[in-house]
Design a protein around this ligand. Structure first.
Ligand SMILES: Cc1cc2nc3c(=O)[nH]c(=O)nc-3n(C[C@H](O)[C@H](O)[C@H](O)COP(=O)(O)OP(=O)(O)OC[C@H]3O[C@@H](n4cnc5c(N)ncnc54)[C@H](O)[C@@H]3O)c2cc1C
Length: 383
C-alpha cells in the first residue's frame, strides 16, 4: 500500500478543497428542528450535485466522476477536513445506488439513480425487524405475489430516515418452504402509500433518527424486485458490504476531528501536563492511526479485488469502541458542556452509545473477524 498521492490524485484533492472553501453549506439551523435540519442537508446535497460532487465514486454514465477508491477516500477526507455534513441521501448514495448498479435492470438504473444523486428522492433501509437484527435471514415480513404486484405485510424497526424517505430497500420473505437464506427477495418499496405507517422512535439524544414501519397490505410492482425473486440475501449482502466500506471511511475521519477537538480542549485547560490524561489521549491517538491505516488498507483491497473484504468489520468494530472511549473521556477533559442538554458534545457522547449496535453489533463483527479474517474455527452452538 503506497499512501503517496499521484499527480492526478493531488489535483483531484486540490480541486475539491478549493470548491469546498468557496462553497460552504448554509449555516446549520440552530433550533434543532428536525424538518429544518433535513431541508438544510437536502439543500447541501443539491449544491454538491449541481457541481458534480454528490457521488464522485459513481461511474460517469450514472452521473458520477468515475473516481478510483483512492480518490473516493480523498473525497471523504476533504469533506471531513472542511467539516461540512454528508449529503442528505447518504443511504441512497452509498448503499442503494451501488446495489442497483450491481443488481438492477437497465430500467431500474435509469429510473432510480438520477433522483438518488440529486437528493430529490431519499432512500431508507428496511432490513431489521423486532425479531431479526443480527440474524437478518430470520426476518418474517411476508411478500405474496398477486398478479403483477406483491402484497407485503410485516414490521420493520430501527429504519433510519424513514420519515423523510420516498423509497425503502426492503427485504421480505417470498418463500417459506426453503432454507431461510434462500426464501428472501429484495424490493424497492414506495413509502408514500397508506399501507406503510412510519412511527418515529425517540432516542437518548432527543432526536428521532429512526422509526418503526408497520406494513399492512402494501403493494409493490413486480418491476421493483431487485436481483431476482429468491435472491434477496445476496443482494442484501451487497448493500451491507457497501455500508461498512463506504461509511467506515467517513466515520474514521470524523473520529480524528473529535480527538483533535478534545486534545485542543485539554491543552486549553492545561491537562496535557497530567500524565493520566496524556496517556489516555496518546492511546486514542494510536487507535485513530491504526483505524486510519486499516481503512486505507481496505481501500487497497477494493482496488485490487474489486469489492470490500471482511476487514471492513474490523474497522467498524475498532471505530465504534474508540468513539465511545473518546466521548467518555471528553466528559473529564471538556468539562460540564458535555453534560449540557442540546450541546454538540452531549450529542456526541449520547449518540456514540448506538455505535456498537448499528451496522452490525460488536459481537457479530468479532465473529466475522475471527472466522473470515483470522481463519479461526466456526462457532458451534450446541443443539
Ligand atoms: C442508530 C441505529 C441505526 C440503525 N439504522 C438501521 C436502518 O436504517 N435499517 C435497518 O434495517 N436497521 C437499522 N439498525 C438496526 C441494526 O442493524 C440492528 O440493531 C443490529 O443489526 C442488531 O440487531 P438487534 O438490535 O435485533 O439485536 P440482536 O441481534 O437481537 O442482538 C442482541 C444481542 O445479542 C448479540 N448477538 C446476536 N447474535 C450473536 C451471535 N451470533 N454471536 C454473539 N452475540 C450475538 C448481539 O451482539 C447483541 O448484543 C440501526 C440500529 C441503530 C442502533
Amino acid at each position: 500500500m503506497d499512501l503517496t498521492f499521484s499527480e492526478r490524485e493531488a489535483a483531484f484533492r486540490d480541486e475539491l478543497r478549493g470548491w469546498l472553501e468557496e462553497n460552504p453549506p448554509d449555516p446549520k439551523p440552530e433550533n434543532g428542528d428536525e424538518a429544518a435540519l433535513s431541508e438544510w442537508r437536502r439543500a447541501w446535497q443539491r449544491r454538491l450535485y449541481d457541481a458534480g460532487w454528490a457521488a464522485p465514486s459513481w461511474p460517469t454514465e450514472y452521473g458520477g466522476r468515475g473516481c478510483t477508491p483512492t480518490e473516493s477516500a480523498i473525497y471523504f477526507e476533504e469533506i471531513g477536513r472542511a467539516r461540512v455534513p454528508l449529503a442528505a441521501n447518504v443511504l441512497g448514495l452509498l448503499l442503494g445506488g451501488p446495489t442497483l448498479m450491481a443488481w438492477g435492470t437497465d430500467e431500474q438504473k435509469e429510473r432510480y439513480l438520477p433522483p438518488i444523486l440529486s437528493g430529490e428522492e431519499i432512500w431508507c433501509q428496511g432490513f431489521s425487524e423486532p425479531e431479526a437484527g443480527s440474524d437478518l435471514a430470520g426476518l418474517k415480513t411476508r411478500a405474496v405475489k398477486d398478479g403483477d404486484e406483491w402484497v407485503v405485510n410485516g414490521q420493520k424497526v430501527w429504519t433510519s430516515g424513514a420519515q423523510v424517505s420516498k423509497w425503502c430497500m426492503l427485504v421480505a420473505r417470498t418463500d417459506t418452504d426453503v432454507p431461510k437464506h434462500k426464501g428472501l427477495t429484495y424490493f424497492l418499496m414506495d413509502m408514500e402509500q397508506d399501507a406503510v405507517q412510519v412511527r418515529p422512535l425517540r432516542q437518548i439524544t432527543g432526536e428521532a433518527e429512526f422509526n418503526e414501519l408497520f406494513i399492512e397490505d402494501a403493494r409493490i410492482p413486480d418491476a421493483n424486485v431487485v436481483g431476482g425473486v429468491g435472491n434477496g440475501w445476496q443482494v442484501a449482502l451487497t448493500t451491507l458490504m457497501n455500508e461498512r466500506a463506504g461509511l467506515g471511511f467517513a466515520l474514521q475521519i470524523r473520529l480524528r476531528q473529535l480527538l483533535d477537538d478534545v486534545i485542543e480542549a485539554a491543552e486549553r485547560r492545561g491537562l496535557l501536563e497530567d500524565p493520566l490524561y496524556a496517556d489516555a489521549l496518546a492511546d486514542l491517538h494510536m487507535r485513530c492511526e491504526s483505524i486510519r491505516l486499516l481503512a486505507w488498507k481496505g481501500l487497497s483491497d477494493v482496488e485490487r479485488y474489486g469489492q470490500p473484504g471482511p476487514e471492513g468489520s474490523l474497522v467498524k468494530w475498532l471505530w465504534s469502541e474508540t468513539n465511545q472511549r473518546l466521548t467518555q473521556l471528553s466528559v473529564d477533559i471538556v468539562g460540564t458542556d458535555v453534560l449540557k442538554a442540546g450541546s454538540d458534545w452531549s450529542y456526541e457522547l449520547l449518540r456514540a452509545r448506538g455505535n456498537t449496535i448499528e451496522g452490525g453489533t460488536t459481537e457479530v463483527l468479532k465473529n466475522i473477524v475471527a472466522e473470515r479474517v483470522l481463519g479461526l474455527p466456526r462457532l458451534k452452538v450446541a443443539a
